[in-house]
Ligand binder design. Structure first.
Ligand code: PEP
Ligand code: MN
Length: 295
């Protein structure tokens, strides 16, 4: 008997293990998410901003108004916080979610907030327009599958020591359950460098764009850990083609419970947004709600 050797087609040879996330799967067409009328991806540049953690009503509402007035796309804020120390403030939980709902009602900004524990799915989904999966949970597969099943848009952050392929395979867990609404986020990775908190891997942006149709945003706040780096890194992220940034803002960073040193000062946020809009224009993108910036 003659056994014919199977030869793979060129397409099979090129096929990526992340079948649904790959750019091939959409024949080169890029995904644009619509979050309550706010676009993420395509020619839009998403400015996602807000406190690291919801602390008080006053802090949340003031921050929400400032970022809304500057043209933010979404309001960020954690009610459940992944903290390195179990003794550190863990977030306000349900009360934090309630304050986020109030901020959304007043400003009209959709909310992105983190889900850490499957047991909190229900209350988080009552408030979150976008569910954040934090860097530490990037490979929490039951959590990813649950977000996939619930269908809510997900913001998936790259793990502290994860490769881009691992990030894309994590996204695949969400996509596989039938949820196509995934935003990827580069937030800095562990390297040998100790001069700053993490190393912001900006090369991930153009490389992910070659590999996947999903929108890619950048979190310079958690990468840098220092406020003065957040502006320049945001400009670089915009210029390199990111679909947006997610940054931390606080009315009084010196008194913030969490991540104060990296929080942009609320009173400086309008200038920051203008500068980012100019950088985004370099890459052909415009901040929603703003005229394309004059470079
Ligand atoms: C955050 O965005 O609040 C956060 C904790 O980020 P990361 O998961 O990237 O550390
Ligand atoms: Mn933070």
């Amino acid at each position: 008997m003659i056994v014919m050797e199977e030869t793979a087609t060129a397409e099979e040879v090129d096929a990526k293990p992340y079948r649904l996330a790959s750019l091939q799967s959409t024949h080169g067409e890029r995904s644009v998410l619509d979050i309550d009328g706010h676009k993420v991806g395509g020619e839009s540049f998403a400015l996602i901003a807000g406190p690291c953690t919801v602390e008080t009503r006053e802090q949340t509402m003031r921050t929400a108004r400032v970022v809304r007035d500057a043209g933010a796309t979404l309001l960020r804020g954690g009610a459940y916080k992944p903290r390195t120390s179990p003794y550190a403030f863990q977030g306000l939980g349900l009360e934090g979610l309630r304050l986020l709902a109030e901020a959304k009602a007043e400003t009209g900004l959709p909310i992105v907030t983190e889900l850490m524990d499957l047991r909190d799915v229900e209350p988080v989904l009552e408030v979150a327009d976008v569910v954040q999966i934090g860097a530490r949970n990037m490979q929490n597969y039951p959590l990813l599958a649950e977000i996939g099943r619930c269908g809510r848009p997900a913001l998936l952050k790259r793990g502290l020591s994860s490769t881009l392929e691992e990030l894309l395979m994590a996204a695949e867990y969400i996509l596989k359950e039938g949820n196509p609404n995934v935003i990827l986020c580069e937030r800095g990775i562990r390297t040998f460098e100790t001069a700053y908190r993490f190393t912001l891997d900006l090369m991930a942006v153009p490389v992910l764009k070659q590999l996947t149709h999903l929108p890619v945003i950048v979190d310079p706040s958690h990468a840098a850990g220092r406020r003065e780096l957040v502006g320049p890194l945001s400009l670089a992220a915009a210029a390199v083609g990111a679909d947006g940034v997610i940054v931390e803002v606080h009315p009084n960073p010196d008194e913030a419970i969490c991540d104060g040193p990296q929080a942009l000062r609320a009173e400086e946020f309008e200038d920051y947004a203008q500068a980012v809009a100019r950088a985004a224009a370099l890459a052909g993108k415009a901040l929603a709600g703003r005229e394309p910036a004059l470079v």
